[in-house]
Design a protein around this ligand. Structure first.
Ligand code: ZN
Length: 151
């Protein structure tokens, strides 16, 4: 075991055990759900916006440790960021976990723990599920009407 994999383990275990921003949000501006049928992970992401800035973000769901830890770390990473900044982080994160390469300077260093999943293709969807839901929420119409659904 290397130091890096121990860090990976402890961060993921910590965020799985005590996920940050793990709550439903009342009166969100945006929301979206994500489902990973390969593993059975499902979660919902809520956003509260202040202009084009993410004033608050939360999630709830059930799934494997990687999906929950990734969602937890994602919420801590994008809170306070603009939608454009969060979109770039999603791109960087996706490139990192799929091994596509490219710069990831805009990602907090903690997110680098998920670089290891590129070795395990089945786990890539677990790690990126929350980010896909975030992206869906960012592109969803405002949840002004109760009947509104996101694609
Ligand atoms: Zn999973």
């Amino acid at each position: 075991m290397t130091d890096a994999s121990e860090l990976y383990q402890s961060l993921i275990l910590d965020h799985n055990r005590a996920p940050r921003n793990f709550r439903a949000m009342e009166q969100p501006d945006r929301s979206a759900e994500g489902y990973n049928p390969l593993c059975g992970d499902q979660l919902k992401v809520w956003l509260k916006l202040d202009g084009d800035r993410i004033a608050d973000v939360s999630f709830q769901g059930s799934g494997c440790a990687i999906s929950k830890a990734s969602a937890s770390l994602m919420t801590t990473a994008v809170k306070g960021k603009t939608l454009a900044e969060a979109g770039k982080m999603f791109d960087s994160f996706h490139r990192m976990v799929t091994g596509a390469g490219g710069p990831a300077d805009d990602l907090p260093s903690k997110l680098a723990v998920f670089a290891g999943v590129r070795e395990f293709p089945a786990r890539v969807k677990c790690a990126s599920l929350a980010w896909h839901a975030l992206s869906s929420a960012m592109h969803a119409p405002d949840t002004a009407s109760p009947g509104a659904t996101s694609s």
